[in-house]
Design a protein around this ligand. Structure first.
Ligand code: PLP
Length: 471
C-alpha cells in the first residue's frame, strides 16, 4: 500500500523530528516484508521471491540480518574481486569522500578520475588509451555502439553506409535498449523486439552444440563478413566466455580469429569485458589471453573491485581522432551520464588496481584456478552432470537427466533452484539456474572456502535423487 499524503493528512514540516530521525529500527521480519513488497529486484520473479536480506559482508562471506553467513558464489553478480569490506578499498573511498563525493565529467575533470583514466591507459591492451566513463556495463556498451556508428560518419574516409552491428547468438550486453538490441537471449529481450534495432546475428561458437575448433566457426564468420562488411560498423562480442548465456565457452583461438577477420574486412571490434575483465579469466583482461587489441574495450563490474557503480569504454587514437575538431564542427560524442567518472568509484578502482600489485592477485589466483579445476574434474563422472567447463575462476556444468543424450531435467522439477536452496542451507549462495550450475566467487576466495563451496555442490549432486522428488 503506497503511503498517500492527501492534503488533509500531509505532515507539516514541524511534525518531523528535529533530529531528522528518531524512528524505531525495523525488526528483521519487517525488513523481510518490506524487501518482498517495496523492493522490486533485478531479474527476480517477485511472487516467488523469498527474502534474503544482507546486512554486511567480509571477504567472500555475506552475512544476513540474522547473522547467518553465506559464501558469495557469484561474487555479487560477478563483480567482487578482492573480497567485501577490504580495508584498503574502504579507506580509499573514505579519503575521497573527505575531498569531494562527485563532480561532473561535462567540461571538467577530477584528479581521481584523471588518475584512473591514466592507469587504465597503462594497463589496457595495446594502444587503447582514451576512456569514456559511465556507471554500468550496459552504458559502456551503448557508448561503444554509438561511437562506432558515429566514427564511420566522420573518420578520414567516411563510410556512412556502415550502420549495422554483428553480435553473437545468446549474447548478453546489458538491458538498456541498445545493449538489448545486440543481446541475443530470447528469454530476456524477445518481448522488447519491436523497440530494438536490427542486428546481424552470428551463432555463438558453443562447442556443446557443435564440437568443433575455432577454424570451423571462423570460416562461417568470414562468409558472413564477405556478404555484409560494407554495411557493418562493428562486431560486438564477449571474449572467451558468454556468462549470461550459461557460461558458454568459446574454442581457443576464436577471439584472435575474430580480430583478424574484422580487421581484414574493415569492421570495428567491440569487446565486452564487463564480466571477464579484472582477472576473472586468469589474466587482467581476457583479450590478453589471445593477444587481441579491440577497437573498443568495455569494462564494468570488477573495475571498482565490485564496490561502486563504474564502467569504462576505452578506445585508441584513430577513433579518438575522428571526434576531434572545432566545438561547432559537430564531431562531439553527445553522450553522457550524470555520474560518469564518479570520483568515489574511481578511488575504489585505483585502490583495487593497487591491490592487484600489493596482493599479487593474478599470481595467487593461478593456484585458486587450479584448485577449482580439481574440484570440477571430480564432478565429470557424475551421471547427472555434463559439459563440465572452466575458464579462469569461472566453473560450470550442465544438469542432465541422461548423460548420454545430455537431456536436461524437465523445467518443472526446478532442479537448479533446489540445488541452490540446498547450498544456501549449508552456507553457500549460488545464483539458481534452470539447467546448469556455476561458480564465480571473488578472486580472493580462500582454499578452505573454495573447498567448502565445491564440496557442498558435490553433496547437493549426491542428494539429487532426493531433491528431484522433493517438490
Ligand atoms: N556485459 C556483460 C558481458 C555482462 O555480463 C553484463 C552484466 O551481467 C553487462 C554487460 C551489463 O552490465 P550492467 O549490469 O552493469 O549494466
Amino acid at each position: 500500500m503506497a503511503i498517500n499524503y492527501s492534503a488533509s493528512n500531509a505532515p507539516s514540516p514541524s511534525t518531523f523530528p528535529a533530529d531528522g530521525g528518531g524512528e524505531q529500527e525495523p525488526t528483521n521480519e519487517e525488513l523481510r516484508e518490506w524487501d518482498r513488497h517495496h523492493y522490486w529486484h533485478s531479474f527476480t520473479p517477485m511472487q516467488a521471491y523469498e527474502p534474503l536480506v544482507i546486512e554486511r559482508a567480509d571477504g567472500a562471506m555475506l552475512i544476513d540480518i540474522d547473522g547467518k553467513r553465506y559464501l558469495d558464489g557469484a561474487a555479487s553478480m560477478w563483480c567482487n574481486v578482492h573480497g567485501h569490506n577490504h580495508p584498503a578499498i574502504n579507506d580509499a573511498i573514505r579519503t575521497q569522500l573527505d575531498k569531494v563525493a562527485h563532480t561532473t565529467s561535462l567540461g571538467m575533470g577530477n584528479a581521481t578520475t584523471v588518475k584512473l583514466a591514466r592507469r587504465l591507459a597503462e594497463i589496457a591492451p595495446g594502444n587503447l588509451e582514451h576512456t569514456f566513463f559511465s556507471s554500468d556495463g550496459a552504458s559502456a556498451i551503448e557508448v561503444a555502439l554509438k561511437a562506432a556508428f558515429q566514427y564511420w560518419r566522420q573518420c578520414a574516409r567516411p563510410r556512412p553506409e556502415k550502420t549495422k552491428f554483428i553480435a553473437l547468438g545468446e549474447a548478453y550486453h546489458g538491458d538498456t535498449l541498445g545493449a538489448a538490441a545486440v543481446g541475443g537471449i530470447e528469454r530476456f529481450h524477445a518481448l522488447f523486439e519491436p523497440l530494438l534495432f536490427d542486428v546481424i546475428r552470428f551463432p555463438s561458437p558453443d562447442v556443446r552444440r557443435q564440437p568443433a575448433g575455432a577454424d570451423h566457426f571462423l570460416r562461417q564468420l568470414e562468409s558472413l563478413l564477405q556478404e555484409h562488411h560494407a554495411e557493418v560498423a562493428a562486431m560486438v562480442m564477449e571474449p572467451l566466455v558468454q556468462c549470461a548465456a550459461g557460461m558458454v565457452m568459446h574454442p581457443p583461438g576464436f577471439l584472435r580469429g575474430v580480430r583478424e577477420l574484422t580487421r581484414r574486412y574493415n569492421v570495428l571490434l567491440i569487446v565486452d569485458e564487463v564480466a571477464t575483465g579484472f582477472g576473472r579469466t586468469g589474466a587482467m583482461f581476457a583479450c590478453e589471453r589471445e593477444d587481441v587489441v579491440p577497437d573498443f574495450l568495455c569494462l564494468g563490474k570488477g573495475i571498482s573491485g565490485g564496490y561502486l557503480p563504474l564502467s569504462a569504454t576505452i578506445t585508441h587514437g584513430e577513433i579518438w581522432k575522428a571526434f576531434q575538431g572545432d566545438a561547432d564542427a559537430g564531431r562531439t560524442l553527445f553522450h553522457g551520464h550524470t555520474y560518469s567518472g564518479n570520483p568515489l568509484a574511481c578511488a575504489a578502482a585505483l585502490a583495487s588496481l593497487d591491490l592487484f600489485k600489493q596482493e599479487q592477485t593474478l599470481e595467487r589466483l593461478q593456484g585458486t584456478i587450479a584448485q577449482l579445476g580439481e574440484h570440477l574434474e571430480r564432478l565429470v563422472a557424475h551421471p547427472n552432470v555434463a559439459h563440465v567447463r572452466q575458464c579462469g575462476l569461472i566453473g560450470a556444468f550442465d544438469l542432465v537427466v541422461d548423460k548420454s543424450t545430455a537431456a536436461p531435467f524437465p523445467l518443472e522439477l526446478a532442479i537448479g533452484r533446489k540445488i541452490a536452496r540446498y547450498a544456501l542451507e549449508r552456507g553457500v549462495w549460488l545464483r539458481p539456474q534452470p539447467h546448469f550450475v556455476y561458480v564465480m566467487p571473488p578472486l580472493s576466495i580462500t582454499v578452505d572456502e573454495l573447498d567448502h563451496m565445491m564440496n557442498t555442490i558435490a553433496s547437493a549432486l549426491g542428494a539429487l535423487t532426493a531433491l528431484d522428488h522433493d517438490a
